[in-house]
Design a binder for this molecule. Structure first.
Ligand code: CDP
Length: 231
């Protein structure tokens, strides 16, 4: 590896993960998921009747995601309330999670997923997706699979796994690339692919393979935390 990571991690090494379900007792399902200093909490309510009634769909339920950063999650106090960024991340998270859920089993309903980032050090959308997927499973919503998510990236020539804030902000050489992905854990079905920066087409497969391996690790971690419910 040519580039030394500020954290001392190997190029393919994830930050330390932590995960726990059942952290919001009032919710139908909930989970906390951490990648190092990035901490996401997700709570699920539903399926419940969707109001106003004219928005109900007799053919299917709908998934509604709300993502936000708490003001104290970042050093420069984040202004409370929705922003273009939180609207975008809510939407892509909704799209990332929906393929895992059998919403047609719950016509006229909504499943609400609320994601709050209590500490942010890059990778908040991916940590949020991991937490939300676990919270949906914890809520007993029928799922085809868990959704597992990570951001891989590139510093100069080097592919790196689980980009942190120092790495995301790197401006030397060729600069940094952030490439968040999400997938159905046991398949090659991707539900989120975003790219901030550049990955040459001939290195795309390499980056995706690195993400796949990381997702496998994350998936095992999610499953372990789900099994620990009630222990
Ligand atoms: O968090 P993620 O990498 O999914 O999305 P991003 O929009 O690329 O944000 C990268 C990081 O910038 C966040 O994880 C935060 O650490 C930081 N950030 C911040 O400091 N203040 C904000 N208002 C928004 C993001």
């Amino acid at each position: 590896m040519k580039v030394k990571r500020a954290s001392g991690r190997a190029w393919n090494e994830l930050r330390k993960m932590k995960a726990k379900v059942g952290v919001v007792p009032n919710a139908d399902g909930s989970a906390i998921f951490e990648f190092g200093d990035t901490v996401a909490i997700a709570a699920v309510y539903g399926p419940r009747k969707l109001h106003p009634q004219h928005m109900q769909d007799p053919a299917t339920g709908i998934l509604r995601v709300n993502y936000d950063l708490l003001s104290f999650s970042v050093a420069d106090r984040k202004r409370p309330g929705p922003s273009r960024r939180s609207t975008e991340i809510s939407k892509v998270t909704e799209w990332a999670l929906a393929p895992a859920i059998d919403l047609e089993a719950f016509p006229n309903t909504v499943v609400d997923v609320q994601i709050y980032i209590i500490q942010a050090d890059a990778g908040t959308r991916t940590a949020g997706i991991n937490a939300a997927s676990m919270a949906l499973a914890h809520a007993g919503i029928p799922m085809r699979d868990l959704i597992t998510s990570v951001a891989v990236g590139k510093i100069d020539e080097q592919i790196i796994v689980d980009v942190d804030k120092v790495e995301e902000d790197y401006e030397g050489g060729e600069g940094a690339t952030d490439f968040p992905i999400a997938k159905l854990a046991r398949s090659d079905e991707y539900t989120l692919l975003q790219l901030d920066g550049k990955i040459p087409p001939e290195r795309f497969k390499e980056a995706l393979d690195a993400a796949d391996k990381a997702c496998q690790e994350i998936y095992e971690f999610q499953k372990k935390a789900l099994k620990e419910v009630g222990e």
